[in-house]
Design a binder for this molecule. Structure first.
Ligand SMILES: Cc1cc2nc3c(=O)[nH]c(=O)nc-3n(C[C@H](O)[C@H](O)[C@H](O)COP(=O)(O)OP(=O)(O)OC[C@H]3O[C@@H](n4cnc5c(N)ncnc54)[C@H](O)[C@@H]3O)c2cc1C
Length: 419
């Protein structure tokens, strides 16, 4: 059967936060954009559902109405038996609160937002590979549509790959995941818990494979109150344990055993199965533009190595990819267009490269349990130090216009080479 041919200025693959943000910006810029999504929305996405102040800002920039969403004031951090509670910082550039939103709802809302701006959403369309022209440049995508997997072909001047960790389109063009970049793995489940309305997000560095007294593992656990009777409980770890026999359920149980049972975070209170996925960090697939294909979100590996946050970066890179596409399409086909598009990977490195370098170094430190023990035992006695560390980790600063801490971070970040 011949594949049906369809056309758009830009094809965006994947209606997660990166894809919907890209589609929204492209539609607002007057481009004919089609958003292809393999699932039917709303669909589940394994996630902690947490939007830090950085994520909140990205939503505001996108014009999303967050009225009525569940807000949090800050973080309660546990480590080595110590607990400290810190509010989100009061900064010029960033809101002073975080939000939680189930991904099924968030992603459906973002896709609807892109459609309201003029994007054409096609669900149950699985992109199977890039469509290449004679010069080897991406000229669209091959896909299958609907339950009977009818082949379709979408032609476009540019394609944005926002299909998440798999990065199928990038891979097809030889952009394989760099093995020297950290990869996290995270699992979560929902539990019915009296902590559902907690004003603070819980994070804990007391993860261990064998119980409370054992060495901590490189990662952290979280419990986020969803405000609907449930909490999202999970943990993320640096993925160095493949094949070493450590079982996620055991790590989760070991950590939850350190928490008061009346919080009801244990498996007996679960209302969903334990599910996991990878966290691609430190710009693991580069360059983020090649031959007509732009990568955004997890496909580009922009999860923050310090804290595993990926939604805000997906929204931001969706926007930046769209801006590059708009500039590229406005330029004459040929070298001028390529120059505009090649500015995108350079911009990603400029915006994130140094912070990701520091985050990668932080992950290396987390792999030294003695150091983690020392840092949590001493650091958590000093709430101001914890607040400062969380600002660095969360990439929340007013830059050179900010306070002394912001200026120190700006210097530190400038000194770090980009990943
Ligand atoms: C357990 C866990 C907890 C996490 N917690 C948080 C958190 O609390 N806060 C935070 O900020 N980040 C968190 N993250 C990271 C965050 O989930 C991701 O970084 C984020 O979802 C990336 O968005 P994206 O749009 O790039 O990709 P995705 O959200 O993965 O969206 C990709 C979309 O593409 C579609 N798709 C895939 N392949 C195809 C195809 N071939 N054709 C068509 N469509 C396709 C998928 O169905 C999906 O809708 C967590 C991750 C995990 C695993």
């Amino acid at each position: 059967m011949d594949a049906a041919d369809r056309r758009a200025d830009v094809v965006v693959v994947g209606a997660g936060p990166a894809g919907s943000a890209a589609a929204w910006h492209l539609a607002r810029a007057g481009r004919d954009v089609v958003l292809l999504e393999k699932a039917r929305l709303p669909r589940e996405k394994v996630c902690g559902d947490g939007l830090t102040p950085r994520g909140v800002k990205a939503l505001v920039d996108l014009g999303v109405d967050t009225t009525g969403w569940v807000r949090h004031r800050g973080l309660r951090v546990t480590g080595g038996g110590r607990v400290v509670t810190v509010d989100w910082p009061a900064l010029e550039r960033w809101p002073g609160h975080s939000l939680v939103r189930r991904r099924a709802e968030l992603d459906a809302q973002l896709a609807a937002h892109a459609v309201a701006a003029g994007a054409r959403l096609h669900e149950e369309v699985t992109v199977t590979g890039p469509l290449l022209d004679e010069a080897g440049r991406v000229a669209g995508v091959e896909a299958t549509e609907g339950p009977d997997r009818t082949p379709v072909r979408w032609r476009a001047a540019l394609v944005v790959s926002a299909e998440g960790l798999s990065g199928r389109l990038g891979k097809a063009l030889g952009l394989v995941r760099r093995e020297d970049r950290p990869l996290g793995v995270a699992v979560r489940r929902y539990v019915r818990s009296p902590r559902t309305d907690d004003e603070y997000l819980d994070i804990s560095f007391d993860l261990s494979a064998t119980g409370p007294s054992a060495d901590s593992m490189p990662g952290y656990g979280w419990a986020f109150g969803m405000g609907d009777g449930t909490s999202n409980v999970g943990f993320g770890l640096l993925d160095r344990r493949r094949g070493t026999g450590v079982e996620p359920r055991a790590v989760l149980q070991g950590w939850l055993a350190t928490l008061p049972p009346e919080w009801q975070f244990g498996e007996e209170h679960a209302v969903s199965p334990l599910r996991g996925a990878g966290l691609p960090m430190a710009l693991h697939r580069q360059p983020a533009y090649t031959r007509g294909l732009l990568l955004a979100g997890d496909a580009a590996g922009v999860v923050n190595p310090f804290n595993g946050e990926g939604i805000s970066y997906a929204l931001e890179t969706g926007r930046m990819a769209a801006e590059a596409a708009v500039a590229g399409l406005a330029a004459a086909e040929g070298p001028a267009r390529e120059a505009a598009l090649r500015a995108y990977p350079a911009r990603l490195r400029e915006e994130y490269g140094r912070h990701h370098r520091l985050g990668t170094a932080f992950l290396a430190l987390l792999e030294r349990p003695g150091l983690v023990r020392f840092a949590t035992a001493h650091g958590l006695k000093r709430p101001r130090m914890v607040a400062a560390a969380l600002r660095l980790m969360g990439n929340l600063s007013d830059g050179r216009d900010g306070d002394g801490f912001d200026r120190a971070v700006a210097v530190l970040t400038r000194l770090a080479p980009a990943v």
